[in-house]
Design a protein around this ligand. Structure first.
Ligand code: CA
Length: 230
């Protein structure tokens, strides 16, 4: 059973989330503070997805927890639970390494759809793993290990970032619309906004471009989307 960490200080919201995840077939681990969440992750290295509330009572908020998780673990899926709807929160969350966010109040269907989508992206489906290497100097993408190297150096990617790079490398030189990227990486039934594509591209550029201000690998197709190369 796939393990999901639920970090939420409000017990009624936490139980609501836990009940619905259990109903959808997930095993849940609960935490009420950032410190507890980090402790649980240490104790349960097989946690696949973490749901992190942003507003927490102690000094460590959800963004900080996200940052700390990402510092040592690029594989886990992270969804931020935000009570606020300000654009800034979403962008901050994604820039600290989250894969997705859900705005409260959310429906059980929406929540489990997001968790399912992340698990699907992580290759949890029974579909046989594709094997191989995409060599696109200076990049080398290993589709079996889901790893990326640039000039022989490993680039740490989140699962979403990996999925975006893979999509680009499968379509070199082809302009991809933001809608295409969204449906390919986040799934057809994704509820979120196109902005999530831009934020992830921005984060990815920081990791792979020589000069993120003048990207040479992921180039912008104005008014449309993005392209791999020129
Ligand atoms: Ca809270």
């Amino acid at each position: 059973m796939k393990k999901v960490l639920v970090l939420e200080d409000e017990t009624n919201i936490r139980s609501f989330v836990v009940i619905n995840l259990k109903r959808a077939g997930y095993e849940t681990i609960e935490a009420g503070t950032g410190a507890e969440a980090l402790e649980q992750l240490k104790r349960n290295p097989d946690i696949r997805v973490a749901l992190l509330d942003i507003m927490l009572p102690d000094e460590m908020d959800g963004f900080e927890v996200c940052r700390r998780i990402r510092a040592s673990n690029s594989k886990i899926g992270i969804i931020m639970l935000t009570a606020r709807t300000q654009e800034m929160d979403k962008v901050t969350g994604l820039m600290t390494g989250a894969d997705d966010y859900v705005t409260k109040p959310f429906s059980p269907a929406e929540l489990t759809a997001r968790v399912d989508a992340i698990c699907r992206r992580m290759g949890d489906d029974a579909a046989p793993a594709e094997e191989g290497i995409i060599n696109n100097p200076p990049f080398l993408l290993n589709t079996r290990n889901r790893t990326l190297e640039k000039n022989g150096q490993r680039v740490k990617l989140t699962q979403v970032e990996y999925a975006i790079i893979k999509l680009f490398m499968d379509n070199p030189g082809k302009a991809l619309s933001r809608e295409q990227i969204l449906s390919s990486v986040w799934g057809e039934k994704y509820y979120g906004e196109l902005k999530i594509v831009d934020v992830n591209i921005r984060r990815l550029r920081l990791k792979i471009e020589d000069d993120p201000q003048t990207p040479a690998y992921i180039t912008t197709v104005w008014g449309y989307g993005y392209k791999w190369g020129f």
